[in-house]
Design a protein around this ligand. Structure first.
Ligand SMILES: Cc1cc2nc3c(=O)[nH]c(=O)nc-3n(C[C@H](O)[C@H](O)[C@H](O)COP(=O)(O)OP(=O)(O)OC[C@H]3O[C@@H](n4cnc5c(N)ncnc54)[C@H](O)[C@@H]3O)c2cc1C
Length: 386
């Protein structure tokens, strides 16, 4: 295994050589509010990453991964962000479903599904939220029943990111209608390209559609495409959420650093840097960056057995609101130019940052829910009335 600096040089070299030619236009593409950009090309890029062996870096070699230690994975994400490589279309497979299968999947499921993620040839989406089940996820009402050797699904999911390009969806569904709340749920792997699945895009504040509504109308999947036992889906689903924010967070730090630098550059260009209120907010933003760097370091532990306490909740409560304030600062330092909008106009980075970051205190557990977790689990405060 190469040492850390040799590995960094390897990653840099590969990215420089491959983020060229047909992939050169992808630099900086596909981020929040820009998911519509170069979708086919970013899908091809996912396959190129797979060919290069850059997917599943930390997965065991016996499951097709590279078994690389944690610092090597951090280096990859840092270099990926530094190179401005495009937003991944395969992150839900690599970051969520893959680790879930490594924890709970059978040998057959791992052999069937992990290669598609590792080669970038099968894309996944996450089917948890429903119109009546977001923060209160245990209220999931989508039904699945076993009939003729297949699971048959009926119901609706919502806010399903990238469902429009996904080949498969990991779905939390109720398989025992008599059981209440988190009992009687199952974790099913459902092919998206079938007549019983309809995907309807939802237009977001940015004018683009990163997420969708997904309707199941007698959609089917194989009897064996269930992770864990029937009725044990809650435990599996919670396992997925526990891995939701892994080492890729370090790449996010670098992306934030770059956004901050862009805000600073704009403030210099527009002269708004001389405004004492704005320059004080620039300093606050920089301090926030440092806080996030150290919180991230504290959140990520190399030991695989480490069960995080409330560190991920605290981290999210720091980065979500911080990024929203950066969005507000970005448009304030830009001045009147930031107010331009209208049909046919493509939002600029500051405007996108302002608008997309509104979602960041909602997804992955809203800020209110994170505070409840910190209060109840972290501080042992009385449980809120449900
Ligand atoms: C950009 C984006 C992408 C997403 N992608 C996906 C995806 O790919 N797959 C998926 O399954 N889901 C996805 N989601 C959904 C996301 O997980 C939910 O939006 C989130 O869990 C909140 O649920 P909700 O929208 O139903 O809001 P609700 O749960 O209805 O909450 C509404 C408001 O009430 C507050 N609230 C609710 N309960 C409590 C409580 N007990 N105490 C205090 N306050 C409370 C919430 O904090 C929030 O402010 C995505 C969301 C966004 C914004």
């Amino acid at each position: 295994m190469p040492g850390e600096e040799a590995f960094r040089a390897q990653v840099r070299g590969w990215l420089a050589a491959n983020l060229a030619g047909e992939f050169a236009p992808l630099v900086g593409s596909g981020g929040p509010g820009r998911e519509h950009e170069f979708v086919a090309e970013r899908t091809a890029w996912e396959r190129r990453l797979g060919e290069g062996g850059w997917i599943g870096l930390g997965w065991p070699e016996s499951d097709g991964g590279r078994g690389l230690p944690w610092p090597h994975q951090v280096i990859f994400y840092e270099e990926y962000a530094r190179a401005g490589a495009p937003a991944r279309v395969g992150h839900m497979g690599e970051q969520l479903l893959g680790p879930t299968l490594l924890m709970f999947g059978t040998a057959e499921q791992r052999a069937r599904f992990l290669p598609g993620i590792l080669t970038g040839t099968e894309l996944w989406c996450q089917g948890y939220s429903e119109p009546g089940a977001g923060s209160d996820l245990a209220a999931v009402a989508t039904r699945a029943r076993l009939d003729g050797g297949e699971w048959h699904l009926d119901g609706q999911k919502v806010w399903t990111s990238l469902a429009h390009i996904a080949d498969w969806c990991f779905v939390l569904a109720r398989t025992d209608p008599a059981a209440e709340r988190h009992h009687g749920l199952s974790y099913l792997l459902v092919p998206m390209r079938q007549p019983g699945v309809e995907v309807r895009p939802i237009v977001q504040l940015t004018g683009t559609s990163e997420f969708n509504e997904v309707f199941f109308d007698d959609a089917t999947t194989g009897e064996g495409d269930i992770v864990g036992a029937p009725g044990d889906g809650w435990r599996v689903a919670m396992g997925t959420l526990a891995v939701e924010r892994g080492v890729s967070t370090f790449g996010q730090q670098l992306a934030y650093q770059r956004e901050f630098e862009a805000v600073l550059a704009t403030a210099r260009e527009t002269g708004t840097i001389d405004d004492p209120e704005l320059s004080a907010r620039i300093v606050e933003a920089w301090i926030g960056l440092q806080v996030m760097r150290y919180t991230t370091l504290a959140t990520l532990r190399p030991e695989p057995a480490h069960t995080p306490g409330t560190e991920p909740n605290v981290a999210k409560l720091i980065w979500g609101p911080w990024h929203q304030r950066l969005g507000e600062l970005a448009v304030d330092v830009a001045g009147p130019a930031a107010t331009v909008t209208g049909a046919g106009y493509d939002l600029d980075n500051a405007q996108r940052l302002l608008l997309f970051s509104r979602a960041e205190t909602i997804y992955g557990g809203s800020a209110e829910i994170q505070r409840n977790v910190v209060a109840e689990r972290g501080l042992g405060l009385p449980r809120e009335g449900r």
